[in-house]
Design a protein around this ligand. Structure first.
Ligand code: GLU
Length: 289
């Protein structure tokens, strides 16, 4: 029998709001119903946006909601060791240093034959028309120029051969179009995604996929906003030989006007609702659980 192991993985960049309550309760309820375990993971690699105060609030708010998780909690900032993943991908020639400015990226996009432009995950960069020469790269590095590590979709396609077009994953939730079952992964639709920076040896995509494998997560339960990220995560799993969890993308909770809750909107936080006298049961009712 497979062990059911899932996780709730918030980033401490603000206080949790109703959208997080729905996401967390979905994760913890599903694990309980399956007789499995739900872990809590703190995704705090972006040190400029994450705050200790928000991390503490995550523990307090989730406990108040009735969530319970095994200790110790994995804090990604304590394990920036995923750099070795970047090293492995570099050794295989699957990532490259991109020194381009936003303007140069926009010019490359405009010149691309299919003009991919904007996607659900932000700007889709199709890669440079011609790779940078080793001499130019060495010169820029010697001058200390900043760069981003980008995954080369072209190199991945060559490396995996026909497996590249056969990548898929199991979706038990909504996916993008409400379809469940096997979903064909299309990582090429995201372009050459950034996987690290000169001064930061990892990114959300790398750290999250690495930790899901390391923590033996059997089921990833998260919002539909990350459905497209899953296509890239599936490719990383294939490149690194990591196991592939089942994915369940749940709908996002919206406010009365139909807008999704976001940290930046000063959406009603769980702590504000708690001090206004709402109970965890009231919140469950509000989010339809
Ligand atoms: N840390 C991510 C976020 O807060 C979620 C990652 C995930 O569930 O895969 O949006």
């Amino acid at each position: 029998m497979t062990v059911f192991r899932t996780r709730f993985a918030p980033s401490p960049t603000g206080y949790l709001h109703l959208g997080h309550a729905y996401a967390a309760l979905t994760v913890f309820d599903t694990a309980r119903q399956a007789g499995g375990t739900a872990l809590l993971r703190i995704e705090d690699i972006d040190r400029t946006r994450c705050k200790q105060e928000f991390e503490q609030a995550i523990y307090d708010d989730l406990r108040w909601l009735g969530c319970d998780w095994p200790e110790p909690v994995r804090r990604q900032s304590d394990h920036i060791s995923t750099c070795s993943v970047l090293d492995q991908l570099a050794a295989q020639g699957l990532i490259y240093r991109c020194f381009k400015t936003r303007r140069e990226i926009a010019q490359d996009i405009a010149r691309a034959p299919h003009h991919p432009g904007e996607g659900s995950g932000g700007v889709i960069y199709p890669g440079p028309a011609t790779p940078m020469s080793p001499d130019e790269e060495a010169e820029r590095l010697s001058k200390g120029a900043p760069f981003a590590w980008r995954l080369s979709i072209t190199a991945c396609r060559e490396y995996l051969g026909e497996r590249f077009d056969q990548l898929d994953f199991e979706e038990t939730g909504q996916g993008a179009e409400g379809k469940t079952g096997r979903v064909r992964a299309r990582p090429d639709s995201l372009g050459d995604v950034i996987l690290g920076r000169k001064d930061m040896g990892t990114s959300y995509h790398l750290a999250c996929t690495h930790d899901d494998a390391l923590q033996r997560i059997s089921h990833v339960i998260r919002g539909t906003d990350l459905f497209f990220a899953t296509h890239l995560h599936r490719l990383l799993q294939e490149l690194m030989g990591w196991s592939v969890p089942v994915y369940h993308h749940h709908p996002l909770i919206r406010d009365e006007t139909g807008k999704r809750f976001a940290k930046r909107d000063r959406a009603i936080t769980l702590r504000a609702l708690r001090s206004a006298g709402f109970s965890p049961a009231d919140l469950r009712a509000r989010v339809g659980l």
